[in-house]
Design a protein around this ligand. Sequence first.
Ligand code: SAH
Length: 221
Amino acid sequence: MTPTDLIGSGMTSARTRERMVNRLLEQGITDLSVIDVMRRTPRHIFLDEALAHRAYEDTSLPIGHGQTLSQPYIVARMTEVLLADGPLKKVLEIGTGSGYQTAVLAQLVGQVYSVERIRALQEKARQRLSLLKLNNVRLRHTDGGLGWPEDAGSFDGIIATAAPMGVPKALITQLAEGGRLVIPVGGGDVQDLLLITRRGDGHETRVLEKVNFVPMLGGVL
Ligand code: SAH
């Protein structure tokens, strides 16, 4: 990967990225800090070379191992929901995948913790994040249903980019007071995107919209 690859050209150029950003605005994304970060982040380096030219299309794309890089709108929407209550110091992501959502978060919050169950994906993500000099990210190869147990109670945001059948209890208990969990929940092709806010020993749940994610699976590969 050369500096020119990072800047992009043709279908991966700044102009193509600008078209993606305009679409996000049309689709109702309003947080300009999210828009700005997505304008700056070279999404094409998070895909294999053969798919890089499609990086800025309004669609999810395969990243191998049966997994997908989420559609730009979904990345923007989940990030803006996570940030809607003010700045976040410490965020946990379940499902590093390509590392694109991780990269977007790393430019908007203090520290990102991200877990992935497929080692091969995690390794590629690690290289991309270091290429972008995003040093406020900690990656771990583990089953994300368990979250990041030793830091329980300290995350002011948690975002899941794979859908479990039900909300894992561990994730709720790992939120700080007032912390926000954004998570797709349900089986099948269509799930509900939930926003869960921790309130004392309990929590509040809001259903946001219908989404389409890969399933959250147990065990590691
Ligand atoms: N945020 C990613 C989306 C990747 S798709 C991106 O921007 O590219 C969802 C990812 O969640 C996949 O990489 C999948 O392997 C991972 N995943 C699924 N179940 C998981 C689990 N229990 N723990 C950790 N990662 C999981």
